[in-house]
Design a protein around this ligand. Structure first.
Ligand code: PLP
Length: 444
């Protein structure tokens, strides 16, 4: 028997050997056993079907099992699933690099592939440090990042996450120390930010930010003016600017890339999550021409010394090319605009005591509460109601696939309003605030 009640025994045999993400495995509810996915639905082993409100950590932009991507992957697996990228190159990767360069603004045109978002940020950081070294500077090795930011789970990326949200406390002493600032969202904070730049400028390789939405740090929004200010100040203090669009890239905020809304071109951009439409792991670190030129030299030590084993995996690149076909051939951004309107049904949450804010940008809707006392119970209520959402910290959010059926979207928003109202009612009746455990505060 699986915990969900189905007759399959793979769960009993295998689950005791699995180590799950962001989970205190002793106390958290066991995961749901999934049989299959289709469209915006997750089908469980016990036959229940959940409407997916978060597109598998924001990856499945075209819904699950899109036939165009499936066919591209099937065709590629017959021809060449993978070949090493050292000294060899192939059409799916070359074509994808060219297409990304054409879609990205400005002269963001040199693409380095890897397999995960965190690694693509590590590579961006490595490029930034070596950029300065290759140009003869010394000591520009640190990164200025932001409160509320999230850039990954590996060591270098943990060091640029919000120290409170991230895992700094558990890894004190093991992480690089980076200056963490407030986003320059108004005049006062802009001045404070400039003071930090003035103090640390000559030791900084780059400023690192998630444009428009800080995702895993709490789904916080900021305006395009913040990005324009960052570009201006990065130029003034001669520091590189890296945009982490792993979450915001590929339509989530209403434009293909969030940076378009600010008219700002970063020096380096990182992409992953929806790059393959949620099918295969792939990430890209894309640099502007001037960044690449600092590595273009007769000196071998000026080369970028990085090369993941599965770099440019042909299956993943084929999936990404097929995903870009869908962005080009189907009205994805119009669908995002339609979803945006539908998500405004969440505004009804404003009436619920304990709800601090409701905000919508593109295909992302966020209900922020004062606090959530029992995340586990709230998650269970959503599953019982037939939806798959993962509230974290003090937010409940929807980030569905762009192809979601309007009725399913209405079901998601209606369920969020109803369940949050019930939960807040209960929370009030009980009165207390239970201590939150560390794992519950993460975004899993
Ligand atoms: C998810 C995410 C990452 C990390 O990507 P992984 O593929 O999980 O390593 C980094 N930055 C942002 C903004 C993300 O949303």
């Amino acid at each position: 028997m699986t915990p969900s009640g189905a007759g399959e025994d793979w769960f009993e045999r295998g689950f005791p050997h699995l180590w799950m993400p962001y989970a205190q495995m002793k106390t958290s509810a066991p995961p749901l056993a999934v049989r299959e996915t289709r469209g915006s639905r997750i089908v469980l082993e016990d036959g229940r079907e959940l409407v997916d409100g978060i597109a598998s950590w924001w990856t499945a932009a075209h819904g699950y099992n899109h036939p165009h991507i499936a066919q591209a992957v099937r065709r590629q697996v017959e021809v060449m699933p993978h070949v090493m990228f050292g000294g060899l190159v192939h059409q799916p990767a070359a074509e994808l690099a060219g297409r990304l360069a054409a879609l990205l603004p400005g002269d963001l045109e040199r693409v380095f592939f890897s397999e995960s978002g965190s690694v693509s940020v590590e590579i961006a950081m490595k490029i930034a440090v070596q950029y300065w070294r290759n140009r003869g500077y010394r000591g520009r090795t640190r990164f200025l990042a932001f409160k509320g930011g999230y850039h990954g789970d590996t060591f270098a990326t943990m060091s640029v996450c919000d120290p409170e949200i991230g895992m700094h406390a558990q890894f004190t002493g093991a992480l690089l120390e980076q200056p963490i600032a407030e986003l320059p969202a108004d005049e006062e904070r802009a001045q404070a930010f400039e003071a930090v730049l003035a103090r640390h400028g000559s030791s900084l390789a780059a400023i690192l930010v998630e444009p428009l939405v800080q995702g895993a740090g709490g789904m916080r929004f900021h305006g395009p003016a913040v990005l324009q200010r960052l570009r201006l100040l990065a130029d003034r203090y001669d520091v590189l600017l890296i945009f982490d669009e792993i979450f915001t890239g590929f339509g989530r905020t209403g434009t293909l890339f969030a940076c378009e809304q600010a008219g700002v071109v970063p020096d380096i951009i990182t992409l992953s999550k929806a790059l393959t439409g949620g099918t295969l792991p792939l990430a890209a670190t894309v640099a502007r021409r001037g960044i690449f030129e600092a590595f273009w030299s007769d000196d071998p030590s000026h080369a970028l010394m990085h090369g993941p084993t599965y770099m440019g995996n042909a299956l993943a690149c084929a999936a990404a090319n097929a995903s870009l076909d869908l962005f080009a051939g189907e009205p994805r951004l119009a669908q995002v605009a339609r979803i945006s309107e539908g998500l405004h049904a969440l505004d009804a949450c404003r009436e619920i005591p304990g709800v601090r804010d409701v905000r919508v940008l593109g295909a992302l809707g966020v209900v922020e509460l004062d606090h959530i006392d029992d995340l586990g119970a709230l998650k269970a209520r959503f599953i019982d109601a037939g939806v798959w959402v993962r509230p974290f910290r003090n937010v409940v959010y929807l980030a569905p696939s762009f192809t979601i059926d309007p009725d399913d979207l209405a079901f998601l928003t209606g369920t969020v309003v109803r369940v949050v109202a019930q939960h807040e009612g209960r929370q009030r009746a009980v009165g207390g605030v239970a201590p939150r455990t560390r794992d519950e505060r993460l975004f899993g």
